[in-house]
Ligand binder design. Structure first.
Ligand code: IMP
Ligand code: MG
Length: 191
C-alpha cells in the first residue's frame, strides 16, 4: 500500500481493512456474549467518525437492539481543543436503558467523559463503551473502556471513518501520519 496525501500531510499505511475486520469480529463476539441477558440495548453511535465501525459492528450483533446517534466534536486539525461540542443531541430516551456507546477513537477521553455524564443525567441504566481505536497513552479519563477493538500509540491516524480536517474518512484502510515524508514533501513543495 502507498502513502496518501491529505492537504499538507502525508500518511502511511497502518492497518489494513482485513485486520480491522478481524478486530471487529473479536469485539462483536464479546458484546454478544456480555449482553445476551440484557433487555434490548441501545447502540449509540458517536458521529461522524464512528459511521463505518458502527455499520460493521452492528452487522455482527445478534441481540435484539435499537440504534441511535449523537454528534459531538472536540477536534480541530490534528489536536484536541479540549472543548466538547454537542452538535446533535440525544434524539431518544435513554432512561432505564442499557447503552453501548460506539466511538471511532478514544484519545484524551474528554468526549467520552462528557457523553457518559449526559447519559447518566438522563437516567441510563448501564453504559458500556466500544471504540474502534483506543490511545491508552493519552487517555486521562477514569471511565472503563470496555471494548477497545485496537489499542494504538499516540499517533494521529485517518481512514475507516477517521478524518484529518474532515477529509480521509472514506479510506477503507487506516493510515498514520508520516512525519518524515510530510517534511520531505514540504521541502520540495509538492502536494
Ligand atoms: P478525545 O475527546 O480526546 O478522547 O477525542 C476523541 C475524538 O477526537 C474522537 O472521537 C475523534 O473524533 C478525534 N480524534 C482523536 N484522535 C484522533 C486521530 O488520531 N485521528 C482522527 N481523529 C482523532
Ligand atoms: Mg469521535
Amino acid at each position: 500500500m502507498k502513502n496518501v496525501q491529505l492537504y499538507d500531510k502525508s500518511f502511511k499505511p497502518y492497518m489494513s481493512y482485513e485486520e480491522i475486520q478481524k478486530a471487529i469480529d473479536t469485539v462483536a463476539e464479546k458484546i454478544n456474549n456480555d449482553l445476551k441477558d440484557e433487555h434490548t440495548p441501545i447502540f449509540l453511535g458517536v458521529l461522524t467518525g464512528s459511521f463505518m465501525f458502527f455499520g460493521d459492528l452492528l452487522k455482527r450483533i445478534n441481540l435484539e437492539c435499537e440504534t441511535c446517534f449523537i454528534r459531538l466534536a472536540s477536534y480541530e486539525g490534528t489536536s484536541s481543543t479540549g472543548q466538547v461540542k454537542q452538535l446533535l443531541g440525544l434524539t431518544q430516551s435513554v432512561k432505564d436503558r442499557n447503552i453501548v456507546v460506539v466511538e471511532d477513537i478514544v484519545d484524551t477521553g474528554g468526549t467520552i467523559n462528557e457523553l457518559y455524564k449526559l447519559l447518566k443525567e438522563n437516567g441510563a441504566r448501564s453504559i458500556r463503551i466500544a471504540t474502534l481505536m483506543f490511545k491508552p497513552g493519552s487517555y486521562k479519563g477514569t471511565i472503563k473502556i470496555d471494548y477497545p477493538a485496537c489499542s494504538i500509540p499516540n499517533d494521529f491516524i485517518v481512514g475507516f471513518g477517521l478524518d484529518y480536517d474532515q477529509i480521509g474518512r472514506n479510506l477503507k484502510d487506516i493510515y498514520v501520519l508520516d512525519v518524515e515524508e510530510t517534511e520531505r514533501r514540504k521541502g520540495i513543495n509538492i502536494r
